[in-house]
Design a protein around this ligand. Structure first.
Ligand SMILES: C[S@@+](CC[C@H](N)C(=O)[O-])C[C@H]1O[C@@H](n2cnc3c(N)ncnc32)[C@H](O)[C@@H]1O
Length: 287
């Protein structure tokens, strides 16, 4: 079946992306804190993972939602055909199975109300999104306090150190689709994001070669990353071209942002960028 070759399963996500993408245990954990949940997948493709989860949690009060810019199905009912093609749900249960709700649009602006979703996940999608900062802000807006998100932003070698840009076009040594800079200095994304945690968010990056952002919303509020989009330096990866360590050209979209002077200063004032960190960065950059 053509679809089967082009869609990842729940198991494959765990294998490819590691323990932060063990989605079923994460949903089980949230169910310990609340009886009813709203779960959203961004960029669900053929809906394989979303349908598997919906089946696994069929006895619980968990509503599944999916957003994708380009739907692979003509309507929601067609998800039933996909569930059948993938053998995800026994034939006898297929007709009365509650399907996820699906929407077709760009996930940088979503229709969900503020604080209406408990868990958001997204795999192999953000690399294609042009305005990555808007997407992250949007996820933070729709999460309920106590909610979580697991967002796969890109592949290996994304974690460039603090320091001077490599050159005026490539900016970083290797494949990187989300780059922050202040003038000609690269600002590491994980460090910059810590500026905006406050009492409302906790941002962590998974211990994985992949760039996986783990968001925990601890209190009511919104996120504004205060980044200025650099239109000139942002472009399709293939145009750069963007290469990984093996020299292979990779696709996706390289988004570049300027950090404002006030926040650059705050990184030092709040000791998020320290002399020790800078020394360590220089060493790693030499390798
Ligand atoms: C490579 S597929 C990944 C599908 C699925 N998550 C998987 O891992 O198999 C990328 C998906 O992201 C969707 N996508 C790309 N940009 C998007 C955007 N800005 N908003 C919502 N969906 C987007 C595409 O339509 C496509 O279905």
């Amino acid at each position: 079946m053509y679809r089967i070759n082009r869609s990842r399963s729940l198991e494959m996500l765990g294998e490819r992306l590691g323990s932060s993408f063990l989605l079923a245990p994460a949903i089980h954990d949230l169910l310990k804190t609340r009886r009813s949940l709203d779960v959203l997948e961004v960029g669900f493709g053929y809906g394989h993972v979303m349908l598997e989860l919906a089946w696994l949690f069929r006895e619980h009060e968990v509503r599944f939602h999916g957003v994708d810019k380009r739907l692979n199905v003509a309507n929601r009912e067609e998800l039933r055909d996909i569930a059948r093609d993938f053998n995800l749900i026994p034939q006898s249960d297929l007709e009365r199975f509650t399907l996820p709700s699906i929407y077709s649009y760009d996930a940088t602006s979503m229709h969900f109300e503020d604080e209406s979703i408990d868990f958001v996940y997204s795999a192999f999608v953000v690399r294609f999104i042009e305005r990555k900062e808007k997407f992250i802000e949007e996820v933070c807006r729709i999460l309920r306090p106590g909610g979580r998100a697991v967002i796969h932003i890109g592949g290996a070698y994304w974690d460039y150190p603090y320091g001077k840009i490599i050159d005026n076009r490539r900016l970083t040594n290797y494949l990187n689709r989300f780059v922050l800079k202040y003038k000609d200095e690269l600002i590491p994304l994980p460090i910059y994001m810590r500026l905006f945690e406050g009492n409302t968010f906790n941002f962590k990056f998974a211990e994985s070669p992949h760039c996986i952002l783990l968001i925990q919303k601890t209190a009511s509020g919104k996120l504004n990353l205060n980044l200025d989009y650099n239109e000139k330096l942002s472009m399709q990866g293939r145009k750069l071209p963007l290469r990984n360590r093996k020299g292979e050209i990779k696709g996706g979209f390289r988004s570049v942002y300027e950090v404002r002077g006030k926040y650059y200063d705050a990184l030092f004032n709040r000791e998020l960028l320290t002399i020790e960190y800078i020394k360590h960065s220089r060493k790693t950059q030499l390798h």
